[in-house]
Ligand binder design. Structure first.
Ligand code: HEM
Length: 391
């Protein structure tokens, strides 16, 4: 097998519809050895195993020489880079996730419902007859909501969107990354850390009702988030919760408009079918922490496994390549599986439900007004523009 064939799956020309290529790849190579200690996993069963099996995890955080540290980069007392719990293994992952889950509760998400409805309604009502759905709705809504959740002042939200986009571009694995995306991402990360450091100090002095205040205050039997952990967690929440949700909205509206229109199915089913059919997060990766196997294929310790979420989700047993928002939702990997299952899934689902419901109610005749354009990123799959008309 030629690894170039794998890289070609993500070529610019295939961006509008990579799925027929994914299908052929998945049928031939549910587990592919791309190079020594480098595997691509696209079979639904095998991909689920990688995400659930403790034999797979993340490499240990690296020690950084003080001379090599970036300004403002959080490090722990032994000089290791502080990483967000998304890329940590138990027991660090368990401890941090539990602390954050204590602050980021279902009640806190539930409480956002009227605000999300209000923001959605005002964005939809403000849109002219013909508009770009990404600019008018899918991009501003999630950033407003996450800023609301964290308690970020209104005036700072523009800067937020910019930093977050710069960091999202750098999420792609090295073989897919554009060299121009690295520098802005590093700068954006530094800006975030500086920004949150001063905002956290304010909340410490004067706590509010928001998640940031709750995170500052959180403690679990004497266990507290260190300053570095707090800062990387805030950055994670922002990155993880922003462009992903934008893409759920954009990919979902596009699929609906190419199907039966925005009013054709129950909003909660549209959310699940969009997640499966056109996953906002297409790739993730793990490292084999010991010698293991995926079916017949031996996977030595230290191997990288790239999990093709977008390809695995098109398994014929869960609906294959057919978009059917009326189907009973089946299993999908769009929010991951196992211990790293998306902590923000209830919020993402809530936002998606409200948007699809409000569009059906307020703009029932919405239709496409031209060809959409796709972003150049692969890990996060979503639209740059989605031209529509309201009647
Ligand atoms: C983890 C997808 C929205 C916060 C994940 C993972 C996926 C994912 C696939 C697991 C990655 C892996 O195992 O390597 C999505 C999608 C979203 C979404 C498709 C929207 C449609 C959100 C939101 C938030 C959020 C709104 C928070 C505000 C997180 C966090 C993790 C995570 C904190 C790490 C969990 C852990 O490591 O234990 N998400 N996400 N996500 N997501 Fe989301």
């Amino acid at each position: 097998m030629d690894p170039q064939e794998f890289f070609a799956l993500f070529g610019a020309g295939r961006r509008p519809d990579p799925y027929p290529h994914y299908r052929r790849w998945r049928e031939r190579y549910p587990v592919a050895e791309l190079a020594e200690r480098m595997f691509a996993v696209s079979g639904l069963g095998e991909a689920t195993q990688v995400l659930r099996d403790p034999a797979f995890g993340h490499p240990e955080p690296e020690y950084l020489d003080p001379a090599d540290r970036l300004p403002d980069q959080p490090v722990d007392e032994s000089g290791r880079v502080v990483r967000a719990f998304l890329s940590l293994n138990p027991p660090d992952h368990t401890r941090l996730r539990r602390l954050v889950a204590k602050a980021f509760t279902p009640r806190m998400v539930e409480r956002l419902t009227p605000r999300i409805e209000e923001i959605t309604a005002s964005l939809v009502d403000r849109a002219p007859a013909g508009f770009d759905l990404m600019t008018s709705l899918a991009k501003p809504l999630p950033v407003e909501v996450i800023a609301e959740l964290l308690g970020v002042p209104l005036d700072d939200r523009e800067r937020f969107a910019e930093w977050s986009h710069a960091m999202a571009r750098a999420l792609d694995p090295p073989f897919l990354q554009h060299p121009d995306s690295v520098e802005p991402a590093v700068r954006a990360r530094q800006s975030f850390v500086r920004y949150f450091r001063s905002l956290a100090q304010e909340r410490r002095r004067e706590p509010g009702e928001d998640l940031l205040s709750a995170l500052v205050a959180v403690s679990d039997a004497g266990d507290v988030l260190s300053e570095g952990e707090l800062l990387v967690t805030l950055t994670l929440l922002l990155i993880a919760g922003h462009e992903t949700t934008t893409n759920l909205i954009g990919n979902g509206v596009l699929a609906l408009l190419r199907h039966d229109g925005v009013g054709a199915a129950a909003p909660e089913r549209v959310v699940e079918e969009t997640l499966r059919y056109d996953s906002p997060v297409q790739l993730t990766a793990r490292t084999a922490l010991r010698d293991t196997a995926l079916g017949e294929v031996k996977v030595p310790a230290g191997s990288q496994a790239i999990v093709l979420i977008g390809a695995a989700n098109r398994d014929p047993s869960t609906g294959g390549d057919v978009f059917d928002p009326s189907r009973t939702p089946g299993r999908h990997l769009a929010f991951g599986q196992g211990i790293h299952f998306c902590l923000g899934a209830p919020l993402a689902r809530l936002e998606g439900r409200i948007v699809f419901r409000e569009l059906a109610r307020r703009l029932p005749k919405l239709r496409l007004a031209g060809d959409p354009e796709w972003n150049a990123t692969t890990t996060l799959r979503g639209l740059a523009t989605l031209p529509v008309v309201a009647s």
